[in-house]
Design a protein around this ligand. Structure first.
Ligand code: SAM
Ligand code: SF4
Ligand code: SF4
Length: 379
């Protein structure tokens, strides 16, 4: 049966709107009451902004954009997308409000034409105390070999590459468009060669689909790259409403870790930053590190300091959100930076999300609310 994609947007979202006003300088005094970092309704600071630059993708990973739903899907028209100027301006306001990490994602971010032109202004951003902002991009790696040098010269510091299998047949089944694994591996090599390392590699594990690839992928990455690659195992999540998620297809991180440890002993590492999602371990023999992101079996909402900006300029305070908050209307209506900051402040202050902690609980609202799709708000 064909499942329907639910994208919750304003009815006005497809209207063509006038271009953004030129960014105005930030009047420091006007931030007044909102001394960063902002804290939400559960006392969590705002530190991490994920920006989806396109809702399109050339892969059809079954856990994210299943083919039977997304082939023939109406993606957003160009006029609905935030322009690079609008994104850069919004990011600048977020940085003034305490954001320290920017992540470009999608859809497939490298499909947005000349995305490197967006990286330049983002890489130039500084925190109020003059430090550089941590900027990275998450990609399926399909065109990374071609783009890596331009991304690096534009100021990108790191990339995360999603890679769910080493075996070509399994990988092609996972991306469901017959894309060869060799080209993604080539993208990783090129990223490292141009200085975008260490590269994080994300593997979403689906029990019965690619769990046989855990050891081969880990073995290949540690043997070939050592500490230049940080492999992260991600539990398959019930994000969106189209992937037909079932709990019995989730392989808990503890099982993945036990499997890895049976081959290569691991030593736990301390968290580097607050709000870190991965539990990190290093190989006892010094061949690098692995991490486990246990969004399903060990929720980390308590430290969640992320906000997401959708392709068309809606803010989502949780990956499992249903109603975003429109920022594009404000951006295009001539609002100044202080007004933007005020809106962001309101949204963050009103935030009480903790979906993963409540998953499976009897709180009916959590289970039954429609959820936004991952490719639309970014992972
Ligand atoms: N297209 C890029 C990519 O695949 O890296 C960026 C966007 S993708 C939505 C971001 C991350 O979300 C990827 O690492 C992907 O594997 C992960 N992801 C997507 N759907 C997921 C799901 N249902 N459960 C867990 N992770 C998921
Ligand atoms: Fe595309 Fe990334 Fe989603 Fe796969 S996970 S379909 S590559 S957006
Ligand atoms: Fe953050 Fe929502 Fe994920 Fe919890 S479920 S960690 S609040 S994004």
């Amino acid at each position: 049966m064909k499942r329907k994609v639910i994208l919750l947007r304003d009815a006005s979202s497809h209207q063509v709107e006038p271009p953004a006003a030129a960014p105005s300088p930030l009047p420091a005094a006007s931030w007044g009451a909102h001394t960063p970092p902002l804290v939400d309704g559960l006392g969590r600071p705002l530190r991490d902004l994920r920006i989806s630059v396109t809702d399109r993708c050339n892969f059809r990973c079954s856990y994210c954009m299943p083919k039977e739903v997304f082939d023939g899907h109406q993606f957003l028209p160009h006029a609905s997308l935030l322009s690079f100027e609008e994104i850069a301006r919004t990011a600048r306001v977020f940085v003034q409000l305490g954001v320290r990490k920017l992540r470009l994602t999608g859809g497939e971010p490298l499909l947005r034409r000349q995305v490197e032109q967006l990286i330049e202004p983002l890489a130039a951003l500084q925190t109020p105390d003059g430090r550089p902002v941590d900027i990275a991009l998450t990609t399926n790696g399909s065109v990374l070999a071609r783009k890596a040098a331009a991304l690096k010269s534009a100021g990108l510091r790191r990339v995360t590459v999603s890679l769910d299998a080493l075996d070509d047949a399994v990988f092609q089944r996972m991306n469901d468009v017959g894309f060869p694994v060799a080209e993604v591996l080539d993208g990783i090599d090129t990223a490292l060669a141009v200085g975008l390392g260490p590269v994080k590699v994300n593997m979403v594990v689906k029990r019965g689909t690619n769990d046989q690839e855990i050891l081969p992928l880990a073995g290949h990455l540690r043997d070939r790259y050592g500490d230049q690659i940080r492999l992260r195992f991600i539990e398959y999540m019930d994000v969106g409403a189209t992937n037909g998620w079932r709990m019995d297809e989730v392989l808990p991180s503890t099982e993945v870790r036990t499997l890895i440890q049976s081959r290569w002993p691991l030593v736990p590492l301390e968290a580097e930053t607050r709000g870190e999602t991965a539990e990190r371990w290093r190989y006892a023999d010094g061949r690098g590190e692995v991490g486990f992101i246990s969004s399903v079996t060990r929720a980390f909402c308590r430290g969640c300091n992320r906000i997401r900006l959708s392709t068309e300029g809606r803010l989502y305070t949780c990956l499992f959100g249903s109603q975003g908050h429109d920022l594009r209307g404000l951006l295009r209506s001539g609002a100044d930076d202080a007004q933007l900051a005020e809106r962001i402040h309101q949204v963050w202050q009103g935030r009480t999300d903790r979906y993963s902690e409540l998953r499976g609980s009897t709180e009916a609202s959590v289970a039954t609310q429609p959820r936004i799709e991952m490719h639309y708000i970014g992972g």
